[in-house]
Design a protein around this ligand. Sequence first.
Ligand code: NAP
Length: 243
Amino acid sequence: MLDLTGKTAVVTGAGRGIGETIARLLAEQGAAVAVVDINLDPASGVAGTIQSAGGSAVALHCDVSDPQSISRLFDEAEAQLGSVDILVNNAGIGNFKPMPEVTLEDWDRVVDINLRGVHLCCQRAIIPMCERKSGKIINISSMGGQLGGLKVAPDYTAAKAGVIGLTKSYARYGARYGVNVNAVAPGPTATEMVADHFDPSSAPLGRLGTPRDIANAVLFLASSMSDYITGATIDVNGGMLMR
Ligand code: NAP
């Protein structure tokens, strides 16, 4: 039931980190994957190694803070791969400034990428999914959006809390058409974004998360295993936040 053969997936921010691992895992399960990033070079590298391993992938450029870039992305993905069955809104940036130092420019940049970009990608993808009465959207939030942020600035936590709210709104819209919309909220995960910011022993499970831990939850939500789940946020945080 985790098999994604015949499905097309778009994964944003997939040139490295969690997004790269999600793209690789979905491709391993048979999906044709659009590996999307603001920098085409790393995305091309990821798509190339997926192809070398026998998978199907294309690299596409998109800056998710730019509405026109998002529009071009989906037009291109549909032209090259066909209808989009799975959208993973993973692209995001961190902000580790102390709260008093957060500028208006920081706020706009973080919110434009981490929240507005998620909304615009959902809005563009969900209409054709609803017409086909099938689709899975997975938005990457953060434990920081639930807890208030251990080290991250309020722009980041506000945007990631917003992702949980917009996930529920899109889930309500998509539900009557058989489109599932869910979120994954990682705790500190060993990528360049959080390198050196967290002590692994702070998680009850005794280690930081890995990109694969997050990708496993995304795969579950992208597959038919999760057909009766929508509007949910799956916590993948090693027990750092228990609800
Ligand atoms: P990462 O290693 O920094 O990777 C993020 C990727 O997104 C990079 O390839 C980056 O490109 C790309 N990107 C940045 N801005 C973009 C834009 N405007 N348009 C398109 N792509 C863009 O981050 P990560 O740790 O894998 O995080 C992935 C997601 O998980 C983010 O949404 C993050 O907030 C969330 N998350 C991460 C953690 C964690 O502990 N790592 C915890 C909770 C939530 P460049 O490299 O060129 O900038």
